[in-house]
Design a protein around this ligand. Structure first.
Ligand code: HEM
Length: 453
């Protein structure tokens, strides 16, 4: 086997086998790719690494004793051209941001958003249901998370198609995507500047960020844009990948489809199993800041480490018969949302969105059939294991929604926005959303961290 490189086409084409081979060898594999990094592939090691933020940092430009020059760091290898918000901040720097945003993503907030989630799912299906054909990626998997995320954050939906395309193409490094990302960042900046001058009456997460004070000062516009971009980037293509993998699986496995139709109460467990088996976000990087022993190897300060989530989630030492998709799997403690202080903020939202979609697809497109010969997977999967195309057919059905069939998706109304803002305010540890100052350090365990960490 040539040296491990999670950016290679070879990895994209055969990551399961590659990981199985690595797992069976030493717990730490070192590769010279991208300046050199260590790879952890076993579940127990990856989980311990995620839960060791003092030894393994997410931050950038780290000055470490005895290590020459700042280490570029961050959660990707190689380091992202720009920082990805609190994902790339270590405690306590990211604490105030996480506490500020958490109330909008809590279990209660997600539950309260479900009627609107259903409306958006219905709207997406309505756009294609009469035709009997669609591309799962372009018509469901990419639009739905884009609409859900934009609307939840309080961003306008008018440019949703361009946002959806830009974030999707950037994920598989489509030519020209950097230029398109620059457009998106500029658009976000305009929105933030406008909202700063004229705050809306009802607060949304974007306005909470604009109004936030840290150490007595408002956040610079650049930081607000960075945080919003982090949310879009973290939330959209990962969910796109989960949706596409899951629907493709259900198309290829009629008995699994029937099982979920017969017993819809199994859908949430099925979603967790899809998250484990397919692992949309393939891996995360860290930088060693304190020596850490893994097996017989000591990871040294300054070393870059790749935590192979896709491998951990398919480790037979944790998941018996890992290659089997088993909706009745016991104790499915997958690591698809990470673990610990950076556990995914969308870890309640994304599975709910997926479950609602599966429910409606099973009801409205029960014979959905993916044209396997035309499926196009991303050529490389350094961050997200996704697809460029997944054409499918089904028996046409009637539209159900009240929303117009044109290109205007249903945004939340005033009443729903108000309810979301009130709930966020009630759930905010600071007592009032929008005031991050004075929030204690990353010593407590928040709601998301507590789940299965
Ligand atoms: C299937 C869907 C998703 C997957 C697989 C996923 C995966 C992940 C993973 C693995 C992390 C941990 C990063 C780390 O430890 O370095 C993470 C963090 C994060 N995710 Fe997600 N994510 C998903 C959906 C979402 C959604 C819907 C949102 C929001 C709209 C979101 C927002 C975030 C944010 C803000 C973080 C950073 C949390 C922090 O650093 O405190 N994600 N996600």
């Amino acid at each position: 086997m040539s040296a491990f490189d999670h950016h290679s086409e070879q990895f994209a084409a055969g990551w399961r086998a590659e990981y199985a081979e690595l797992r069976a060898g030493s717990p730490v594999v070192r590769t010279p790719a991208h300046g050199g990094y260590a790879v952890l592939t076993r579940y127990a090691d990856v989980r311990r690494a995620l839960l060791s933020p003092r030894a393994l940092a997410c931050g950038r430009d780290l000055e470490l004793d005895g290590v020459p020059g700042p280490v570029s760091g961050g959660v990707t290898i190689p380091t992202n051209p720009f920082r990805m918000g609190m994902m790339e901040m270590d405690p306590p720097q990211g604490t105030a941001f996480r506490k500020l945003l958490m109330p909008w993503f809590s279990a209660r907030a997600t539950e309260a958003s479900e009627p609107h989630l259903r409306e958006l799912v219905c709207w997406c299906i309505d756009r294609v249901v009469e035709s009997g054909r669609m591309d799962i990626v372009d018509d469901l998997a990419n639009p739905l998370p884009t609409l859900v995320t934009l609307d939840l954050l309080g961003l306008p939906l008018e440019n949703w198609q361009r946002y959806a395309r830009v974030l999707h193409e950037a994920a598989y490094r489509q030519k020209g995507s950097a230029r398109q990302l620059a457009w998106l960042l500029e658009d976000l900046r305009d929105i933030v500047e406008r909202r700063r001058l004229e705050p809306p009456e009802i607060e949304t997460p974007v306005d909470a960020l604009i109004a936030a004070e840290i150490d007595g000062a408002r956040l610079p516009a650049d930081t607000v844009v960075e945080m919003v971009f982090m949310l879009l980037n973290g939330g959209i293509d990962t969910s796109t990948s989960l949706i596409a993998h899951s629907l493709r699986y259900l198309s290829a496995n009629p008995s699994a489809r029937q099982q979920l139709r017969d017993d819809p109460a199994l859908i949430p467990a099925a979603v967790e199993e899809f998250l484990r088996y397919f692992t949309p976000g393939t891996g995360l990087a860290r930088t060693v800041v304190e020596p850490m022993a893994v097996g017989d190897t000591v990871l040294a300060p300054g070393e870059r480490v790749y935590l192979a989530l896709g491998s951990a989630n398919n480790d037979p030492a944790e998941f018996p018969d890992p290659d089997r998709v088993d909706f009745a799997r016991d104790g499915n403690r997958h690591l698809s949302f990470g673990a610990g202080v950076h556990r995914c903020l969308g870890a309640f939202l994304a599975p709910r969105e997926m479950a609602v979609l599966i429910e409606q697809v099973l009801a409205r497109m029960p014979d959905l059939h993916v044209d396997e010969s035309a499926v196009v997977a991303y050529p490389v999967i350094p961050l997200v294991a996704g697809f460029q195309a997944m054409p499918a057919t089904f028996t046409p059905g009637p539209r159900l929604g009240s929303a117009p069939s044109g290109d205007a998706p249903p945004a939340r109304g005033e009443r729903e926005l108000l309810a979301a803002a009130e709930l966020a305010r009630a759930e905010s540890p600071a007592g009032a959303a929008g005031t991050a100052g004075g929030v204690p350090g990353m010593d407590g365990v928040d709601e998301l961290e507590a789940v299965r960490s």
